[in-house]
Design a protein around this ligand. Structure first.
Ligand code: C2E
Ligand code: CA
Ligand code: CA
Length: 653
């Protein structure tokens, strides 16, 4: 059965200190197996015994010796044949019976070797024959005893079976030499007993240690795949199980449920990480109760959990996800606290939504993203039309209005510098959104959304008002540039909104410059005409932004009262910079000079770029080389610094 960690291991490891009996059994088992894995050594011993006894029978000519040799040969051949027929490395219950069979064979063979040697003494056969068989018996007895060291009963049993008949024969026939031989053999028994017992002890210890380290490695392996807070599988555990599940999936479908606790950060922030961990552990335990037998639930990290299991169809997925959500929604209680937890679930199925682990995960995650964007505490199935951009747009759309009230937006200012004097001439206002969860959002990302939803009108007015308030604090000769979106301009009362902002801030209209792009003029709209005329009349100036990226029609420059052209940064850096772009800048600069317009190079990042655009005829520059966009207090500092440098320049000529 699969446990909560999703591994095949039992929940708890067997106790590492196995009983003494168990360990001895293992040692014995191991030895039995190793013996039978080498039937060739058995065969060599058998051939030696048979040949020696046959030679002894032939030399002595005694019929009894032939009979004994034949019995020995029968036993030996039976043993070798038996060993060959046995399956190798077989473990467990067969081992016992194997062992008994082996012991009977071993004792019978040893006894026969002893009896043949004893017979040569009793029958008083020629000295050579006696010597051959007694030496053979003793050699075999001690040899087999050493080989079986570690199995004391077998080892000593065989030695006893070999030596006892010989000792008996020695005592029976008598004489000093034979008495001494019997005594020698008797002493051999305790000597070999001590050796075999020592080996047995050592073997047992080393097997015990090997087992312990194997267990330790196993424990480490499980730990590496387990999350300590929830005791569920962690990311590594999930990956491991996912691979297994995919490999064994066959025709069945797998469902992946990606679960994310809603607003978990608040739990951590308000109640502390310890409580946060307890909530996670509790949720983890509830999810583990819901996961089907063959599935797994893992903590993917942070407040995200992933459940994976076989599923029948979409309906089954839905039911399971609903159960997951209702389990999570049950209030969590600790001491006196009662906590309401909500979560979102993204669901993707294999093979329909993804054929690999990677796509399955990506799609479940994307579905989760949608569930969250749609208002959280709900489930969402993966759908091919889902993309991250779409979700992000929808999220931004939902949050933009609130962001204004929550003070998440602010205005940064980037200086525009006179390329001949190095002095700041104006600042461009650039909006910034510091989202509490998503971090800093780029205006390129949310301005288009604001345009689509119409929020740009409120947003634009707010930007102008904020920027004007900051600019009113600057020296009179420093102007403010504000970007205007075409949609903002086309809204009714757009000009009035701007004028109101200026009046409220106390900023003279002549100090404001509105940056617009060519797209504004693509359609000949009367609202645009009246907007520009109305503002120009009170002294507001206009700059043509991003020049060179669109149609770059010189017609617009001619038709509208621009005071400034901003050459796009793609002319300054990037793959298209070269002689051609240089020539365009030159041409535009020349025209701008004759029309008494400023020409600004955007995106200056290096001194070389500054030199190049200055040589090409740009009189103003903007870019990281001078300064990144900065908050208002830093803009004020840049200005103060500029004044200081100016004073120094005057003082030292
Ligand atoms: P833009 O009007 O062309 O503004 C200049 C952009 O270039 C800014 O990006 C600025 O941070 C960046 N920039 C300045 N110097 C360098 C440089 O040396 N290297 C590089 N790589 N970039 C530089 P940002 O602030 O991300 O604004 C992007 C665009 O978003 C702006 O392009 C503008 O079209 C729009 N935008 C920004 N603020 C506003 C706003 O308040 N209202 C409206 N309607 N649009 C805005
Ligand atoms: Ca601009
Ligand atoms: Ca620009």
């Amino acid at each position: 059965m699969r446990n909560r960690r999703g591994t095949d291991e039992p929940e708890l490891l067997p106790p590492s200190d196995e009983s003494e009996d168990g360990l001895s059994d293992r040692v014995r088992l191991l030895l039995v197996q190793t013996l039978y894995t080498h039937p060739s050594s058995l065969a060599i011993g058998a051939v030696n015994g048979i040949v020696s006894s046959l030679v002894a029978a032939w030399l002595s000519g005694a019929r009894l010796m032939y009979v004994l040799a034949a019995i020995l040969a029968a036993i030996a051949i039976a043993r070798v044949a038996f060993a060959h027929r046995l399956p190798r490395g077989r473990k467990s219950h067969n081992a016992r019976w194997l062992e008994i069979a082996y012991e009977i064979g071993a004792f019978a063979y040893a006894g026969m070797i002893g009896i043949i040697a004893a017979a040569t003494i009793v029958m008083d056969l020629p000295a050579g024959v006696e010597l051959l068989m007694v030496a053979n018996a003793l050699g075999y007895g001690t040899g087999i005893c050493a080989r079986n060291a570690g199995r004391p009963v077998i080892a000593l049993g065989q030695l006893a079976w070999v030596t006892l008949p010989v000792m008996a024969a020695c005592l029976w026939v008598g004489g000093l030499a034979l008495y001494l031989l019997a005594l020698n053999m008797l002493l051999l028994l305790p000597a070999m007993a001590s050796i075999t017992l020592n080996v047995f002890k050592m073997l047992r210890r080393s097997i015990g240690e090997a087992k312990k380290s194997r267990q330790l490695a196993e424990e480490m392996r499980i730990l590496a795949r387990t999350d300590i807070v929830t005791n569920l599988a962690n990311r590594a555990g999930l990956n491991h199980y996912l691979d297994q599940a995919i490999a064994g999936r066959g025709e069945r479908s797998l469902g992946m449920f990606w679960i994310d606790i809603d607003r978990f950060k608040e739990v951590n922030d308000l109640l502390g990480h310890q409580t946060g961990d307890r909530v996670l552990a509790e949720i983890g335990a509830r999810l583990a109760d819901v996961v089907p037998q063959d599935g797994i639930v893992a903590r993917f990290g942070g407040d995200e959990f992933v459940m994976l299991c076989e599923v029948e169809d979409k309906r089954a997925c839905e039911r399971l996800a609903a159960r997951l959500l209702s389990e999570i929604n049950r209030p969590v209680r600790f001491n006196d606290e009662r906590l309401e937890v909500k979560a979102s679930v993204g669901i993707a199925a294999m093979p329909e939504d993804g054929e690999t682990a990677e796509t399955l995960m990506q799609h479940a995650d994307l579905a989760l993203y949608h569930a969250k964007a749609n208002g959280k505490n709900q489930m969402a199935f993966f759908d091919r039309s889902m993309t991250r951009e779409l979700v992000r747009r929808r999220e931004i759309e939902g949050e933009l209005r609130a962001a204004l009230q929550r003070d998440e937006l602010s205005i940064f200012f980037q200086p525009i510098v006179d390329l001949t004097t190095g002095k700041i001439r104006s600042f461009e206002a650039l909006v910034r959104w510091f989202h509490p969860e998503k971090g800093e959002l780029r205006p390129d990302e949310f301005i288009p959304v604001a345009e689509e939803t119409g929020a740009i009108v409120t947003l634009g007015n707010w930007i102008t008002a904020q920027a004007a308030r900051a600019a009113a604090q600057w020296p009179e000769d420093i102007t403010l540039a504000v970007n205007l979106s075409p949609l903002q301009i086309k809204a009714p009362g757009a000009a009035l909104g701007i004028l109101n902002s200026l009046r409220d801030a106390g900023l003279d209209p002549t100090r404001l410059e509105l940056e617009v792009t060519e797209t504004l003029f693509l359609e000949d709209s009367p609202t645009v005409v009246s907007f520009i005329e109305e503002l120009s009349a009170v002294g507001v100036r206009f700059a043509l932004d991003d020049f060179g990226t669109g149609y770059s029609s010189l017609g617009y420059i001619h038709k509208w009262p621009f005071s400034k052209i901003k050459v796009d940064r793609s002319f300054v850096s990037g793959p298209h910079v070269g002689r051609k772009s240089d020539a365009i800048i030159r041409a535009v600069s020349q025209m701008a000079a004759t029309l008494d317009m400023d020409i600004v190079a955007e995106g200056l990042e290096t001194i070389d770029q500054v030199g190049a655009v200055r040589d090409a005829g740009c009189n103003l520059g903007q870019g990281y080389y001078f300064s990144r966009p900065v908050p208002d207090y830093l803009a004020a500092m840049l200005l103060a610094q500029d004044r200081e440098n100016d004073k120094l320049r005057h003082a030292f000529g």
